[in-house]
Design a protein around this ligand. Structure first.
Ligand code: IMP
Ligand code: MG
Length: 176
């Protein structure tokens, strides 16, 4: 299946102003405690970079890489850790930074996994939330945009490893 870039849902200017707003909120909420941002690779790499530059208070950064089994556009909920954290998060204020919540299964797994390591706090920051009706509920403290249930690419999000470098978020058009 070939995919091509369709309608632009969120342009670069809208993304940047939202990321600045999220950065300000995070900076305010964590003013008394260093926050450890945990970016979920690969999708969150661009969001994490922009968010980092919008947090003007002490923060630390680490990454996890996960892979969920499934098709090219749907996850199965079975998550495998490809790269674990370098930092011990016991007693730390952890903020998971994720590109998109679709079924919520990836984050459900990750939250349980990280919670078991005894952080002082654990919150989620997600740029996009599809809010699919059949999905599991994830408490997202910092949410960028709610979008309709369509497959999107750009700003870190891929289709078959392509389109991550687009500065905007667009629908993917698939011709069978
Ligand atoms: P979930 O487990 O169904 O919530 O899916 C989360 C993961 O699936 C995200 O971290 C993305 O890597 C991927 N994903 C879900 N929806 C999309 C999309 O519309 N475009 C690109 N990747 C997506
Ligand atoms: Mg992906």
């Amino acid at each position: 299946m070939e995919g091509k870039i369709g309608e632009i849902l969120i342009d670069s200017r809208q993304i940047q102003s939202k990321v600045a707003e999220l950065g300000r909120r995070i900076e305010t909420d964590y003013k008394d405690a260093t926050c450890l941002l945990v970016g979920i690779l690969k999708g969150a790499f661009i969001f994490m970079g922009d968010l980092a530059r919008n947090i003007h208070s002490p923060a630390e950064f680490d990454f996890m890489a996960v892979s969920s089994y499934g098709t090219r556009t749907k996850t199965s909920g079975v998550v495998r850790i490809i790269k674990d954290l370098d930092i011990d998060i016991t007693g730390q204020h952890v903020l998971i930074v994720e590109d998109i919540i679709d079924t919520g299964l990836t984050l459900k797994y990750l939250m349980a996994n990280l919670e078991a390591r005894g952080p002082a706090s654990l919150e989620v920051c997600a740029l996009l939330n599809k809010m699919v009706p059949q999905g599991v509920e994830i408490p997202v403290k910092y949410e960028g945009f709610r979008i309709e249930d369509v497959f999107v690419v750009g700003y870190g999000l891929d289709y078959d490893e392509k389109y991550r470098n687009l500065p905007y978020i667009a629908k993917l058009e698939i011709d069978a």
